[in-house]
Design a protein around this ligand. Structure first.
Ligand code: F3S
Length: 415
């Protein structure tokens, strides 16, 4: 098999592959060389950071615990800054939800093992806002799909959408094979997407992301006529939805994202393969596909996918106007512990709690084991939750704006 290798390894890397620097590095190098060879990579390149998804017991299962136990026993450590995606439970308040003790015990064990590998216990899918912020042009190895789309597109960092364990092995070695979106030519725009909209609403961003995910396949879109006043929360909603329904890992926005200061730069001097106009009727058609029901009773309302920012929490709080979630309805805002502590300090947590809203930390509706809890219909303002609720919650779903979702929490029905 060695004779078939295309991937060039330097002396240090050859030594890693032989096991000269320990068994953990040998295992990591053996996986990365196989991956690189199978995908035509020419060499390994250094990475600035990693973000890993095997932090959720829902993803990792018992096999994941065994793998991490073995790596810990071999003395493995991350050699670059590495953050963790959500867990499967709220690590501090899991007993408030219907989490079986044995399940929680296994998730807590997973968290302990990640600590020992020097993975920062962020348990969030939005580390890119403030904890793990890649630089322009920096190679990184990230796996969470919404985060991959964000750091590639908005920061101009370079990562493919890596599977679990490839992310961790890259973190251990501080390297990744060079292929896919690490290469400039594969970041070239292919499709020109012109927004033909008089106004772009907050609720349009997940719909636009869903559209791109459904229509682009592997092609990189370049969006033009995009609003100037977009927020980070709106941008994260595009990538989250697009990566949930499709393979969206990179998009450019003319005059906004760093690899698309001009259309010529975004298309690297070539012509677009296709030009598409997106108008209100396009978005309405996509929106219709994002729900399995359009009205009726709801028993769970879910915000915070990707994890809610403090500004999104403030918006939800304002929309409640002191009203309460209807009895018998669950209303969740999923977020990370850092944002929750800000919400605690500023008083949002207490006020949201008085309205009957639960702030769920470290996890989300997709990572927590809520299948079988008997939810019938979820209302959400997230394109990604809308995609996954029928699978992970075994529930119907209705997609709506944040305003519509707050109203549905208060009334117990979506109009
Ligand atoms: Fe994050 Fe969970 Fe959504 S991991 S992107 S909140 S599905």
């Amino acid at each position: 098999m060695e004779g078939l290798r295309h991937l060039f390894l330097n002396k240090e890397e050859e030594a890693d592959l032989r096991g000269d620097h320990g068994e953990a590095r040998r295992i990591a190098m053996s996986v990365l060389t196989k991956l690189g060879d199978s995908l035509g990579a020419d060499k390994l390149i250094p990475i600035g950071s990693a973000h890993v998804v095997e932090s959720s017991y829902q993803v990792a299962c018992d096999a994941g615990i065994e793998i991490l136990e073995r790596l810990v026993s071999l003395g493995a450590k991350c050699s670059v800054p590495t953050t963790s995606d959500p867990a499967a439970i709220d690590l501090q308040n899991w007993m408030d939800l219907r989490i079986p003790e044995e399940y929680a015990r296994k998730q807590l064990r997973l968290a302990e093992l990640l600590n020992r590998l020097d993975v920062a216990p962020t348990f969030t899918c939005t580390p890119y806002h403030n904890i793990n912020v890649p630089k322009f042009g920096e190679h990184v190895a990230w796996s969470e799909s919404n985060a991959v789309a964000y750091v590639n597109s908005i920061y101009g960092a370079r990562t493919n959408r890596y599977p679990a364990y490839v992310d961790l092995f890259a973190a251990i070695l501080g390297k990744i094979p060079r292929f896919g979106l690490h290469l400039t030519e594969n970041r070239k725009g292919k499709v020109l997407v012109k927004l033909d909209l008089a106004h772009v609403l907050d609720s349009d961003y997940p719909i636009l992301g869903t559209y791109l995910g459904l229509e682009m396949g592997e092609r990189v879109p370049v969006i033009t006529n995009f609003p100037k006043e977009v927020t980070g929360d709106q941008l994260k909603a595009i990538g989250a939805a697009g990566a949930a329904v499709g393979a969206l890992s990179l998009y450019h926005i003319e005059g906004f994202t760093p690899e698309a200061r001009t259309l010529e730069e975004a298309f690297q001097g070539d012509e677009p393969e296709e030009k598409i106009a997106v108008d209100r009727s396009t978005l309405q058609n996509v929106r219709d596909k994002m729900s399995t029901v359009t009205s009726g009773d709801v028993d769970i309302v879910a915000f915070g996918c990707p994890h809610a920012s403090i500004f999104q929490m403030r918006k939800i709080l304002d929309l409640f106007k002191g009203r309460r979630v209807k009895k018998g309805v669950e209303c969740w805002i999923c977020t990370n512990r850092l944002t929750k502590s800000l919400a605690d300090d500023i008083g949002y947590s207490e006020r949201l709690s008085s309205s009957g809203v639960r702030i769920i930390c470290d996890t989300c509706c997709n990572d927590a084991p809520i299948k079988g809890w008997g939810f019938k219909t979820m209302a959400t303002d997230s394109g990604k939750f809308a995609r996954y609720a029928p699978i992970n919650a075994d529930a119907d779903v209705v997609y709506g704006s944040t305003e519509e979702c707050v109203e549905s929490a208060v009334r117990g029905e979506f109009e």
